[in-house]
Ligand binder design. Structure first.
Ligand SMILES: Cc1cc2nc3c(=O)[nH]c(=O)nc-3n(C[C@H](O)[C@H](O)[C@H](O)COP(=O)(O)OP(=O)(O)OC[C@H]3O[C@@H](n4cnc5c(N)ncnc54)[C@H](O)[C@@H]3O)c2cc1C
Length: 405
């Protein structure tokens, strides 16, 4: 593993840095300013995404024929690092460009690619991911939203999704629905493109403790989907969804540098407090966070080395997500202890982080599910008895005894 830029990577970094220096004045702030107009801010973020796309700083790993740069994950990380260094926001539609676009590139028809990818990359049409439901999160294959085929080839959609980030301003959603309830659950699913302004689609915001309503419930009441809304073939929804989930893991993993979880950032408010910075317990807790974040950086380098060699990161990369989120929560807990109620000052940097971070324990796979994955698939521990519907409790207990024997 060589951690230095190759001459080509150094040249690429210099180009990216020069572009950002030239255009940074056009960038909107990273977050909606206190009392700012949401619609105006959103328009500015979309326009900035368009500028990044024109500059070749969006869709870095998308193939050239899809409008991307056709480069590798290292170049993506270089762009993330330089955007973070320049102190400007990245693209607005991380879910679309990072996860849903790659799914359409892998499974979509030529017509779908020609219609949707360009406006997605340039921020003209924002997308949302319509996967989770009230009773299907960790057990995603249990989705109940039902699409029924009509005689004219169209589909009628009914059901509910939840936790849909950005649905409040998305133009389209990529939706996992059940099209055949009579086959095993993984086999009866199909992926669809849903226009969010179609009759029968209702979006209702969920306000969070952070004060924002960035995710939503989405209801479908006899919403009509055209025959060409299917992505990846009828009945192939599970395989198509796995592509999205793989890119979700990569987006979270490669994006963490840009999330700003750096020891120096967490240390700054502590260093500014003369009493706290001399407190041995505070110093120990900060040291533990710094060690975790450093370990994560090197784990990230290992993932990049694997990616650069053409390998897809394995289940061990789940640990990076768990550790990143827990380290950031430990850091903000420490800052809350040091700053006291001031940490919750309205509109402040830490108030948002303290209230937003716990949600990340669930987003992109919950901690328990990821730990189970690492336990079973990396450490080779025996698998847990599954809580399948209809299995009597006595049977579960018997399976549990088998596992622990
Ligand atoms: C910030 C945020 C943004 C999100 N954005 C989107 C989005 O844009 N689109 C989308 O589709 N979804 C989105 N989600 C939803 C996310 O994918 C789900 O929250 C996640 O999959 C967990 O599902 P759940 O919330 O239904 O929890 P559940 O699956 O109901 O889990 C509840 C609890 O039970 C535990 N549990 C469940 N099964 C097991 C098991 N077998 N073994 C041990 N423990 C278990 C879980 O770990 C958890 O603690 C978002 C979530 C968050 C927090």
């Amino acid at each position: 593993m060589d951690l230095n830029d190759t001459p080509e990577q150094a040249a690429f970094r210099a180009r990216v840095r020069a572009w950002l220096e030239e255009h940074r004045d056009e960038a909107p702030p990273a977050r909606l300013p206190e009392g700012g107009d949401e619609a105006e801010y959103l328009a500015a973020r979309r326009a900035w995404q368009g500028r990044l796309a024109e500059g070749g700083l969006a869709g870095v790993v998308w193939p050239e024929e899809a409008g991307g740069q056709g480069l590798g994950p290292i170049e993506q990380v270089i762009v993330n690092q330089e955007i973070s260094r320049a102190g400007v926001p990245g693209i607005l539609d991380v879910i679309g460009v990072g996860m849903l676009g790659p799914t359409i590139i892998a499974h979509g028809t030529d017509e779908q690619k020609a219609r949707y990818l360009g406006p997605m990359l340039h921020g003209d049409e924002v997308w949302c991911q319509l996967f989770s439901e009230p009773a299907a999160g960790s057990d995603l294959a249990g989705v109940q939203a039902r699409a029924r085929a009509q005689a004219d080839g169209s589909w009628t959609l009914n059901g509910q999704k939840v936790w849909t980030t950005n649905a409040q301003f998305a133009s389209f959603g990529l939706l996992l629905a059940r099209t055949d309830p009579d086959v095993p659950k993984h086999k009866g699913l199909t992926m669809f493109i849903v226009p969010m302004d179609a009759p029968g689609v209702t979006v209702r915001g969920l306000r969070q403790i952070s004060g924002e309503a960035e995710f939503n419930e989405v209801f479908f009441d006899d919403a009509r989907l055209e025959p060409d809304a299917v992505v990846g073939g009828v009945g192939n929804g599970w395989g198509t969804a796995l592509t999205t989930l793989m890119f979700e893991r990569l987006t979270i993993g490669l994006g963490s540098e840009g999330l700003g979880y750096r020891p120096d950032r967490f240390a700054a408010p502590i260093a500014a407090d003369p009493q706290a910075r001399r407190d041995p317990d505070v110093r120990r807790r900060l040291g533990e966070v710094a060690v975790d974040l450093l370990a994560l950086r090197f784990t990230g380098y290992r993932t990049l080395t694997a990616l650069q060699g053409g390998q897809i990161p394995g289940p061990e990369s789940a640990l990076a997500k768990v550790t990143t989120v827990n380290a950031a929560i430990a850091a903000t807990d420490l800052i809350a202890d040091v700053l006291g109620p001031d940490a919750l000052e309205d509109g402040g940097e830490w108030a948002y982080a303290i209230s937003f971070l716990p949600g990340l324990k669930s987003a992109g796979g919950t901690e328990e599910i990821l730990r189970n994955t690492v336990g079973e698939r990396v450490l080779g521990l025996p698998s847990e008895p599954r809580l399948d519907k209809g299995v009597p409790f006595s049977e579960l207990r018997a399976r549990e005894r088998e596992v622990t024997a």
